[in-house]
Design a protein around this ligand. Sequence first.
Ligand code: SF4
Length: 242
Amino acid sequence: MLKGYIDEIFVSVQGEGPMVGTPMLFVRFGGCQAACERCDTPRARTQMSQFVIHGPSPETLLNPVKVADLTARIAPKLRTLPFLAVTGGEPLEQPGFLSLLLTRLSETGRRILLETRGFHHRELAEVLPRVDVISADIKLPSFTGRPVPMEETRAFLEIAKQKTCYVKVVAGPDTGEAEVINVARLVADVGSHIPFIIQPRRDEKPPPPGEAERLLLLAVQLTKLLPDVRLIPQVHSVLGLR
Ligand code: SF4
């Protein structure tokens, strides 16, 4: 029986991108090899020995968990929710486990959102039939500390555009316009219909004066390349939700 690593499971609203505010069940996969310098989910980078299903009566389960055990816990929770969001960590680092989980959950009839860093294109092709929406969270050099892998990103988007998909980049005060434009050009080349979201980075320090205006100007500039560019901050943190 196929097993995999989960980091946590919880109900919240989608806090990022064009689906913001939609209630979802989040299944956060454990493990990610990307090693971004500014990783915002550091615990989920490591495959832990157990994980928690949050809720009124939290439940702790051991990793690696069987698909059957996970499905038995998730399916009842999905009865009252329109979407399952698979996030990470990096879900596409466990493609066999993910594919089988989504196959089993397809009986619930719920829509599936896959959140990924937009790199593992072969693995995306494997799970594509089971996914409805893809959020390609492309990590910029000011976030990772290294260049964007343009070849893999292009290959990923070529597959992702067969479904509803959007691209999201997180930009902070140290993010240069050129690195955002570089990714936007690639997206425009693959599919100009793909929505492009700039998400202001949530730092410990408040942003310097004029940062929101700078990102707004950048968004306006990008509309020359892409018709659907949006500047959307994270909202679940504003609401005090997980
Ligand atoms: S891809 Fe996501 S989980 Fe992985 S290191 Fe980067 S920010 Fe962290």
